[in-house]
Write a protein that binds this ligand. Structure first.
Ligand SMILES: Cc1ncc(COP(=O)(O)O)c(C=O)c1O
Length: 399
């Protein structure tokens, strides 16, 4: 019963809550949806022909481990993106394909809890605000989700040296999202190295959710695996989750991967073999091409850069706006407009712009304050014209 209550309290879809908030309210102008982080712009041209070539393979169950060509393509991509990893990630033992990163972020918690089976109240560290699947995973696996404040004054990242040592002792995994959803915060190498050292000292897994790593304006964000390898020549206790959803603008393809600590990957493979979805073979073939091509990724980045240039021009000096170092989200402070939920209603009713109240992405902390209450999350996933129209409407409506 307790577990059920915990699940109900923690796991509420932000989008269902948004639909409830706006129910019965007609949009003031033709709707523009900036609530969902769903890239809209570009379907890479190679996708169709490759699917066509491999259509018959929808008639076969795919191997959970993925085809060797996919694991090789992923390993090569890791080596190009993070040169220190070149030739150092073993596709046989250190990489598994995922049906999008979400199912991986969810299911990986089960072997993470199992590897420390003697703990009485296993804990899962989660930044607050957070991607909701982390808490769903912890609650479903019977672990205690422990929220780590991630405040503006600390660059929206959890303060590692503030984590209670008794909590670290019972930690099985730490979800670190970088670049982060919703604030676009990026953990630098020093931060990643400290997080990795902490994971090793207390023998928990660092689950680095890096699905926004390719969405940045200027500098490619550093990665958890490259940091682990550069510092120690090992991936022990470090696991990275990646996706083609954001990088390649293919959220509907459902393709990602997990890579890192080979001991954990082996346990996770055993678990996945009976409990998790395989990636369809035609999708695996498309994924080989997608990990092998950077041109379409750069096109996507160019689109987001244009959107941020529009945001710089329209939002500078308002709502605590700053261009985030990573991701395609704005995290705007609307305390002056009655908070995020009130502003979301005002915007929908006043000008048909749909945004997500920040409080739906966070939980109240021990002081009773939900750190998302003042904020809205705005996804800049449309083209620059739509973005300009939407942001202009926001300023006209909220002032
Ligand atoms: C932080 C974060 N992690 C993971 C995901 C899951 O993405 P996918 O399952 O499409 O790879 C998302 C999707 O929005 C996300 O925002």
């Amino acid at each position: 019963m307790l577990a059920q209550n915990r699940l109900a309290a923690l796991v509420r879809s932000p989008f269902v809550r948004l639909a409830q908030l706006l129910e019965g309210i007609a949009p003031g102008l033709p709707a523009i949806d900036l609530s969902l982080g769903e890239p809209k712009a570009l379907i890479p041209s190679f996708l169709g022909p490759i699917l066509e070539t491999h259509l018959a393979e929808f008639g076969r169950y795919p191997p959970i481990k993925g085809i060797p060509a996919l694991r090789t393509a992923i390993g090569s991509w890791l080596g190009r993106r993070y040169p220190v990893l070149k030739g150092n990630v073993d596709g046989e033992t250190q990489i598994l394909p995922l049906n999008g990163s979400r199912e991986g972020l969810f299911s990986a918690i089960f072997p993470a809890v199992a590897r420390k089976a003697k703990l009485e109240r296993p804990a899962v560290l989660i930044p607050n605000p957070f991607y909701q699947a982390y808490a769903a995973a912890a609650a479903a696996a019977g672990a205690v989700p422990e929220l780590l404040p991630s405040r503006a004054e600390h660059d929206f990242l959890p303060e590692l040296d503030q984590i209670d040592p008794s909590l670290l002792k019972r930690t099985v995994a730490f979800y670190l999202c970088t670049p982060s959803n919703p604030q676009g915060a990026v953990a630098d190498r020093g931060y990643l190295a400290r997080a990795i050292a902490l994971a090793r000292r207390h023998d928990f897994l660092l689950f680095a959710d890096e699905c926004y790593s390719e969405i940045y304006s200027e500098t490619p964000p550093p990665g958890a695996l490259e940091t682990a390898y550069a510092e120690t020549g090992s991936f022990a206790n470090v696991v990275s989750f990646q996706s083609l959803s954001k990088r390649s603008g293919l959220p509907g393809l459902r393709s990602g991967f997990v890579a890192g600590d080979p001991t954990f990957i082996a346990a996770y493979l055993r678990f996945r073999n009976v409990a998790c979805p395989q990636v369809p073979l035609p999708v695996q073939h498309v994924s080989v091409a997608a990990w092998g091509d950077e041109a379409h990724v750069e096109q996507g980045r160019a689109l987001y850069r244009q959107n941020f240039a529009v945001a710089d021009a329209i939002l500078a000096g308002r709502y605590g706006y700053r261009r985030p170092p990573g991701s395609f989200f704005l995290w705007l402070n609307l305390a002056a407009c009655g908070g995020g939920a009130a502003a979301a209603k005002t915007l929908w009713k006043g000008c048909g712009v749909k945004v997500l109240p920040g409080e739906y992405l966070a939980q109240a902390e021990p002081d009773g304050v939900n750190p998302g209450t003042d904020y809205i999350r705005v996804a800049l996933v449309h083209n620059a014209d739509v973005t300009r129209e939407a942001l202009t409407r926001i300023v006209a409506t909220l002032g």
